[in-house]
Structures are given as structure tokens and as C-alpha cells.
Design a protein around this ligand. Structure first.
Ligand SMILES: Nc1ncnc2c1ncn2[C@@H]1O[C@H](COP(=O)(O)OP(=O)(O)OP(=O)(O)O)[C@@H](O)[C@H]1O
Ligand SMILES: [Mg+2]
Length: 368
């Protein structure tokens, strides 16, 4: 089997030749009024991947005869994000999320299509643009390993040319929000993963960016640290009216932070709209968890809905929205119920259903 073991990025001549702001419809009208923070139109990214079959002979042969294939990581996505929105960017592994975020941050050049972030074309990497955005990657670190976080913060102050007064204000605000005072002077290598991630966020936010691209910011963190970071991201968004585009495989992050989601699969947008509407569209049933103090005749529960799981004294049912009221009344009046909760189906299941569908689903709102 052929193995892809080397990659080379294709910098698109087409994208490079498109001057910023040129041509009809070049600047989204809403940018002028400051309403649109991110505008993406028909965005493509193809990687050029060097292919070589395994084995010594193939290695030798590849020295003078190289084969490449085009990997289409992002295939024509279009969306807009208004200033101040918190949007979840979801999709399975390899869907194209990180590639898209890197294009939005200007680290990768699109193969074709248009990107505008706070009125800038990211790939130009204008200083004003860099000062207004940040990209945090949970998998990558910008803190200097052998020095305390305070030193990286100082370095970032110099790099971003942040006035001393604003720097101290911001540092004070962030350290307080994240409860960091104790660890500011500890070398980074001695910090726990969660402590390090908090400091990464501070380093990324000291210049008070308006747009946050967060790529799995809670990866590997324990549940309570995930909650702390979520609260922090939300507080920053509210205090500074910042725009947040966040990827995460933890659905709790998305539920807690993102009223709107963009769902991408195999480089294509599958859904753009309210998270609630997506759940309702794909899974109009509710999950009812019932705790029982005694046995219930076989079939009694199955008459009310689909039994998802059944244990010694707890049963989980899936019940259609339209029948929920009657079913709950029946459960409470006729059966030995000690506790009952009604929830939406788990988001993981909703996503699984979405990826199983052959076509994008309607967003239930005006598509961009
Ligand atoms: N530098 C590269 N060279 C070649 N192919 C790449 C490169 N970076 C990513 N890809 C490919 O592009 C596709 C999209 O990758 P990307 O990292 O954007 O996915 P993702 O949605 O962020 O996935 P994950 O959830 O695993 O982080 C994948 O098939 C990946 O193998
Ligand atoms: Mg990724």
C-alpha cells in the first residue's frame, strides 16, 4: 500500500494573485459597520502530499522519481461570523478544522477562495491584523519551557508592543480570572498540564485580541479544569465583546460555550446554525432517565418510548417530544419513580447521525 510520508504545501497562485479588496463583493458590507468578524467564501485548501511505497527500493527510487497526490483538506466552505459571537467548529478527526483555523490566522495560504478576518486578508499577516487575533492550539505550546510564564508574558508584551499600563491591567485581569498568582514565577516545565494551559491562554490574550481561534483548548484537561477554562473563555468573550471560534472534541465545551455551530466533514460544511436547532432536527426525542424504587412489569416502560438502557433501578427512555408530557405524567402517577430527569440526547449521538447523512442538513436559519 502506498504510504504518504512527506508533505508539501501548495501555495496557490490564484489566492496570491487576488489582491485584497479587489473585485466585486470583495469586502463584506457588514465589515464596514464592524458587524462581521470573519467572512469565508468558497475556501479550499489542498495539500500536496509526497507518496512513496514502503521499502528500500522505493526509498532509493523516490530520490529521482517523486510522486505526489493532492489532499483536499478543505473543499469550498462558506460562512460568516458576527463580531462577539461564540461559534463551535465541529467535525471528526481529519475533517479540516485545524487547516481552516490556520488559514483564518494567516498561517496557511488558501488554495482558492476568500477569507476576511476583521477586515484583513489573513495571509498578508499585517501587524494590525496580528494584534487583533490570536490562535491557541491545545497541542502546541508557546510558553518558554525553562522560564516562568511571567517571562513569556513579558516577551509577548515586547513583541506586541503593548503599553505598560494596558499590559499590567490585562495581566491583572487574566491572572485574577484564572487564579494564577501562585504559579507566575514557577518554571513552565514544572507546571501541570492544566496550569500550563491557563498560562498559554494568558500569553495568547495579553494583547487583548478581538478574535480568538481556539483549537482544542481543553484537550487532555480534567473535568474541573475544563470547566474553569470554559468559564474563562466565556468571561473574556463577554468582557471584551470578542469573537470566538472554537474546536473541541469535548461536547461539553460546545454545549457550554457555543450557541451556534459549524460542522465540517471531509472538508465540506455539513451544518451551520444553532446547536439547539441541530439537536432538535436530528433527534426530536428527549432522553428521560427514571430511578425506580421497585420492579416494574415487563413492557410497561417500552409502551412509553424506546428503552435505551435498563439497570437494577434505573431506566433510560427515549420519548418523542409530542408524547413527552403524557409519558412523564404516566411515569410519575403510575410507577414507583423516585427521580426523573429529562434531557436532550447526547451531542455525540447527534453528531454521529449528522455524519451518517449523505448531504448537508438545512441550517434552519439564513445561510451565509
Ligand atoms: N501539512 C499537511 N500535509 C498534508 N496533509 C495534511 C497536512 N495537515 C493536515 N493534513 C490532512 O488534511 C486533513 C485535515 O486535517 P486537519 O488537521 O485540518 O483536520 P482536523 O479537523 O483538525 O482533525 P483533528 O480533529 O484530528 O484535529 C487530514 O486528512 C490531514 O491528514
Ligand atoms: Mg485539528
Amino acid at each position: 500500500m502506498a504510504a504518504a510520508n512527506s508533505t508539501e504545501e501548495v501555495e496557490s497562485a490564484g489566492a496570491a494573485a487576488t489582491p485584497h479588496g479587489a473585485g466585486p463583493g470583495s469586502a463584506p458590507a457588514s465589515l464596514a459597520g464592524g458587524a462581521t468578524a470573519v467572512a469565508v467564501t468558497a475556501l479550499h485548501k489542498h495539500y500536496r502530499v509526497f507518496k512513496r511505497p514502503p521499502g528500500l527500493y522505493a526509498a532509493m527510487r523516490s530520490l529521482w522519481h517523486r510522486e505526489y497526490e493532492d489532499k483536499q483538506a478543505v473543499r469550498g466552505i462558506t460562512f460568516r461570523i458576527a463580531a462577539g459571537e461564540r461559534v463551535g467548529f465541529l467535525g471528526p478527526n481529519g475533517a479540516g478544522k485545524t487547516t481552516t483555523l490556520k488559514m483564518l490566522a494567516g498561517l496557511l495560504h488558501p488554495t482558492s477562495g476568500r477569507v476576511e478576518v476583521v477586515g484583513h486578508t489573513p495571509q498578508h499577516r499585517a501587524i494590525d491584523f496580528l494584534k487583533r487575533i490570536t490562535l491557541v492550539m491545545g497541542q502546541k505550546q508557546q510558553l518558554l519551557w525553562d522560564l516562568p510564564p511571567a517571562d513569556t508574558f513579558e516577551l509577548n508584551r515586547a513583541v506586541y508592543d503593548i503599553p505598560k499600563k494596558q499590559y499590567l491591567e490585562m495581566l491583572g485581569e487574566l491572572t485574577e480570572l484564572l487564579d494564577l498568582a501562585q504559579i507566575m514565577k514557577t518554571p513552565t516545565r514544572q507546571l501541570s498540564l492544566g496550569e500550563r494551559m491557563k498560562c498559554e491562554l494568558v500569553a495568547a490574550l495579553l494583547h487583548r485580541p478581538q478574535v480568538l481561534f481556539l483549537d482544542e483548548p481543553t484537550i487532555g484537561l480534567d473535568v474541573s479544569m475544563q470547566v474553569v477554562l470554559r468559564q474563562f473563555i466565556r468571561a473574556y468573550n463577554e468582557r471584551h465583546a470578542a469573537t470566538v471560534l472554537l474546536t473541541s472534541h469535548y461536547m461539553e465545551d460546545v454545549l457550554a460555550l457555543c450557541p451556534r455551530v459549524l460542522v465540517i466533514d471531509q472538508g465540506q460544511l455539513r451544518y451551520d446554525g444553532e446547536l439547539k436547532a441541530l439537536v432538535h432536527l436530528l433527534r426530536p426525542e428527549k432522553r428521560v432517565t427514571v430511578r425506580l424504587s421497585g420492579p416494574v412489569p415487563d413492557g410497561e416502560l417500552a409502551r412509553l418510548g424506546t428503552v435505551v438502557s435498563s439497570g437494577a433501578n434505573q431506566v433510560v427512555l427515549q420519548i418523542a417530544h409530542s408524547e413527552l408530557r403524557a409519558a412523564v405524567a404516566h411515569l410519575l402517577e403510575r410507577l414507583p419513580v423516585t427521580d426523573l430527569t429529562v434531557e436532550d440526547p447526547p451531542l455525540q449521538e447527534v453528531m454521529r447521525d449528522l455524519f451518517a447523512l449523505p448531504k448537508p442538513v438545512s441550517a434552519g436559519k439564513d445561510s451565509p
